[in-house]
Design a protein around this ligand. Structure first.
Ligand SMILES: [Zn+2]
Length: 91
């Protein structure tokens, strides 16, 4: 068993393990990385497309995001299914 892997929290919406994502330089977070749900079948993300279009008439969505330093959680906006997947940290 890998103790580090078991530390990674799960998405409260789809219950998959969150991925570590490096923070964009202008992201405005204190932490070097965030936990983000990159599951394309996550209901939070799927409903986000609809919500963003109804609210803002934009083709965008958001994924569930957890700040490991503060424990703060909320949405992080994405503009395509592939957006920010190049920032996923594999360790
Ligand atoms: Zn999820």
């Amino acid at each position: 068993m890998n103790p580090e892997a078991s530390d990674i929290p799960h998405c409260p919406h789809c219950f998959k393990r969150l991925a570590k994502m490096s923070v964009p330089p202008d992201g405005g977070y204190d932490s070097e990385f965030l936990y983000v749900c990159f599951n394309d079948d996550c209901p939070y993300y799927i409903q986000g497309w609809d919500w963003m279009f109804r609210q803002y008439y934009v083709r965008a969505s958001y994924r569930y995001r957890l700040n490991p330093l503060t424990g703060g959680e909320g949405p992080i906006a994405v503009w395509s299914p592939a957006a920010m997947k190049d920032r996923i940290l594999l360790d």
